[in-house]
Design a protein around this ligand. Sequence first.
Ligand SMILES: C[S@@+](CC[C@H](N)C(=O)[O-])C[C@H]1O[C@@H](n2cnc3c(N)ncnc32)[C@H](O)[C@@H]1O
Length: 279
Amino acid sequence: MTNTTPTGGSSFSPMTISDADFTRLVRFVQTNYGIDLTQKRQLITGRLSTAIKQKGYHSFGDFVNHLLQTKDNEEITLMLDKLTTNYTFFMREKEHLDYFCHNIIPDIVRRHQHDKTLAIWSAGCSSGEEPYNITMFLFDYLGPQAAHWDTRLLATDISNRAMTAAKKGVYELPDTIPGEWKRKYFTKMPGGQYQVTKAVRDNVIFQPFNLMDPIRFRRKFDVIFCRNVMIYFDQPTKDALVSRFYDATVPGGYLLISKSENLSANTPYRRLAPSTFQK
Ligand SMILES: C[S@@+](CC[C@H](N)C(=O)[O-])C[C@H]1O[C@@H](n2cnc3c(N)ncnc32)[C@H](O)[C@@H]1O
């Protein structure tokens, strides 16, 4: 998914937002969703103006008043869909995925020979490329043995729009996808796009989840991927989330962040490789 432009590609001229409304909206988003928009005034007006006008609001003030007073689900969904940055793609940070393939998968597969069940979480999965990509590496590694394993992974996000696209699993494929994978893990659609095969789709359990909430999943994780998500959070929010990730990881389990991020010096995790950590 590629909503990288502040205006979301619209040629419409954005509405203005007062300092007070900007501060109220930024505080609401940061407190509830962790995302730090203090330097993102243009992004807010660019991405939200058309949508809130279409919903009948005459100003940002009206929208912010309604949002803060009612915490209306529909408005929150709209706001999160517009304000989150869902940019992602297959094979993102390939050298990182190679480390996962060559070092982490063999380790967790060895540790789970008895129960043949892996617990992996893609936290901030956006439109699904990351968890599907992880699945393809797992299937490749296990080969015919995959049928005897439970490799299903959890994939979560707060953007409704991104998760809806993720569940469909339909993409324009980049050239970085190996030809063999195109044949094995994708089905070509009439319009030239590709859909991830049912077997790969069924391996990913998508669930809405706000990373600001307590982590109360049934199992602890062997691996947590949280790549290119915490870049939008301030340091205290990041530190608190990393500490929750730590508690939600099995001893010897892994946390993978992106190469543009780092953990605080006092993190309890051990650093194994760039952006790769172990409990
Ligand atoms: C840039 S994408 C990263 C996708 C993928 N992990 C990757 O590295 O390509 C960041 C995602 O984090 C999600 N996100 C941001 N804040 C979140 C929160 N508080 N809880 C859950 N997801 C969040 C956004 O909706 C967005 O889809």
